[in-house]
Structure formats: C-alpha cells, structure tokens
Design a binder for this molecule. Structure first.
Ligand code: BYC
Length: 313
C-alpha cells in the first residue's frame, strides 16, 4: 500500500499539483511559506519606491497609470498572503515576522528612486526581471501559488510595458531626458541582476526547490534569460547597459556578461542597503496607522457571523 508521502512524491514525479489538503513533507511546506511570504512582502514593500513618485508624476496620465500600478502591487501582496495561508499560517503572523526583520523581502526595494526615469527603470527592469522569475512559477508544483502567479504575471507584463514606454519617451526627448534614462539604467542594472539571488553554487535552496518542482530553473539560468531579453531592448531605447564585458555570442545566441557584486547583495539582504531602515520603518508605521481598519473589519465580520447564526437558527 502507498504511504501518504509516496503519494506526494508520485504527484511530484508526474508533474502534478499539490493542493492544500494533500499530505506534504514539512520541509516542502516550510520552503513554500518562506518563499511565498518573502514574495508577498516584496510586493507590498515594493509599493514604496514607486509611491514616492505618485505626487510628482509629470502628467495626470502618468499619475493615473502609476497609481494603478502601485495598487496592483498591493493586490499581488494580497493574492500571495492568501496563498501562504493555505499552508496553515496566518498573514498577521507573517507581517509580524517581516516587521521584526525575521522574514526577508527582495533586495531590489532597498534602493532609492531619485528621478522620474527610475520609475521607468523599475517597470522595465524590475518588473521585467519579475516576469522572467515568475512565469516559470506559474508551473510551480504547489497549486495555490501557481494559480496566483498566472494573474500576477499578466499584470506584470503590463507594468513592464509602461516602464519601457516611460523610458522610450525620455530617450526620444531632450538630451537631458535621455541622460536621465541612461543614469537610471546605470543605477538599476546591477541591483536588477541581483534580484535572481546568489549564484547557483552558493544558492542554499535551489537544488531541493527544483527537485520539488517549486523552482523550475536555477538563479543563474534566469539571470542569463533576463540579460538576453533585456539587452536588445536597451538597443531599441538607444541607451547602453553599463557592462564593458557584455558580448553577444552568435553561436549560442546568448550574451556573456559581468556578474553583479554578490557581496553587495548579501549586505543588502542583511539589512545594510541604502534604504533598508527607511523601508521597514515606513511599513511598520503604515501597519500601526491601519490598526483601526483591521479592528473595524474584524468587528464587522463578527457582526455578520452573528447575523448568519441568527438567521440559521
Ligand atoms: N533579495 O537559496 P537561494 C516584484 C535569499 S516583487 C532578498 O537562492 P531561493 C515587484 C533567499 O531568500 C519580486 N533575499 O533562495 C513588486 C535565501 O535566504 P533565506 C519578488 C534574497 O529562495 C513591486 C538566501 O538568499 N519576487 O517583482 O531558492 C513592484 C539564499 O538564496 C534574494 C519573488 O519573491 C534577493 N534578491 O531563491 C515591482 C519571487 N535572493 O530565506 C516589482 C519568488 C536570494 O534562506 N522568489 N535571497 O534566509 C524566488 O523566486 C526565490 O525565492 C529567489 C531566491 C529566486 C528570490
């Protein structure tokens, strides 16, 4: 007779989906909670660098688009916290862990948005990197995470296009505007490459996560895919990727490129990036300021539940 864990392994081997009520090894559940929580936290912390420009967007159209994008990121956070909760955790506890610095969020959001071109660069590069990372997650072995990713990826594609369009406008504007776009690319290129995580040889979780069908590709494979996709787009914009070693290999159809400074990634992940303290302090304040909303929602839910009980009796 098959044991419960045999049925888990059989589903993984057949490339099937694990659903919340299925038996799963504790390590699988923990890995998913870690990754999904980190992903959810990244979405809501990621609202801050862009939110910084809502009041200064250069036109009503740009402002409306940026507000919609920042709201989308909040929505992504909600889908992801809901996916994490299917694994038996509570989002309130996950937020407490984030606020206590015990769970991570993506390194990329610890860099400042200094100019309007940075909003273009985030859409083009950061959302572009997110798409490369997240499209394979639509085939993740855990059903609720995979399904959340399908919707997130559709929205990210739109975000990436809007970022590219901001930079396209700047690159076809005055020389000073084009210079601003180049400066944004110079500053966001290396942190974008770091988003994919440490090199494969130093990645602690990749091997097991790939065996479980959580990750479908290694960090280095996705980083390479991102470079191959993005360099021709920089050519269209007429700006230069800040890498003197960048070369195209006709035989493989791939670029060879300089790796980012992973010592910087580790420092940022440890909390020593340019904006870590500011981002976390802002998040904690937003959480505290929102306490009355959570209390009101809980009181309303309780009232509704009592009403339902009353009508059922
Ligand atoms: N930043 O063994 P590894 C967005 C950590 S939101 C921080 O390779 P794994 C957007 C890693 O957690 C985009 N930490 O790990 C939102 C691990 O530490 P722990 C967010 C990082 O999990 C708003 C250690 O380093 N996307 O797009 O196999 C506006 C060793 O790494 C980072 C996701 O979260 C990093 N960059 O692979 C605009 C995608 N890299 O936990 C845009 C889902 C690594 O052992 N996540 N670490 O203490 C993933 O795909 C994977 O978790 C990663 C890392 C590829 C990021």
């Amino acid at each position: 007779m098959l044991g419960v864990m045999d049925s888990f392994q059989a589903t993984i081997d057949a490339d099937g989906r694990i659903e919340p009520r299925d038996a799963m090894p504790e390590g699988y559940r923990k890995t998913l909670i870690r990754q999904i929580a980190q992903h959810a936290h990244s979405e809501i912390i990621g609202m801050q660098p862009e939110g910084n420009w809502i009041s200064r967007a250069p036109s009503l159209r740009r402002k409306a688009i940026l507000m919609a994008k920042v709201q989308d990121e909040a929505g992504h956070g909600l889908y992801l916290y809901a996916a994490a909760e299917t694994l038996g955790v509570d989002r309130a506890d996950l937020l407490d862990l984030l606020h206590a610095g015990k769970q991570k969020y993506s390194s990329i959001f610890n860099y400042p948005t200094l100019t309007w071109a940075d909003i273009g660069a985030i859409g083009w590069l950061v959302d572009g990197a997110a798409i490369v990372n997240q499209v394979p997650l639509c085939r993740c072995s855990y059903g609720p995470y995979a399904r959340a990713m399908v919707r997130v990826c559709k929205e990210e594609s739109f975000h990436q296009r809007q970022g590219f369009e901001i930079l396209h406008t700047l690159c076809n504007g005055t020389p000073a505007q084009k210079e601003m776009a180049q400066d944004a690319l110079n500053r966001w290129w290396w942190p974008s490459l770091m988003m994919f995580g440490p090199p494969d040889a130093s990645s602690t979780h990749s091997e097991q996560s790939m065996a479980w069908g959580i990750k479908r590709h290694s960090n280095d494979e996705l980083r390479q895919r991102f470079v191959d996709m993005t360099v021709p787009q920089a050519d269209v914009l007429g700006i230069r990727v800040p890498d003197d070693e960048l070369t195209y290999d006709e035989a493989t159809g791939r670029y060879s490129f300089t790796q980012p400074d992973f010592a910087e990634l580790y420092e940022v992940v440890k909390g020593n990036g340019p904006c870590n303290q500011e981002r976390l302090a802002h998040r904690v304040k937003a959480h505290e300021d929102g306490a009355w909303v959570r209390e009101a929602a809980a009181a309303y839910a309780e009232k509704q539940a009592k009403k339902m009980q009353g009508s059922a009796a």
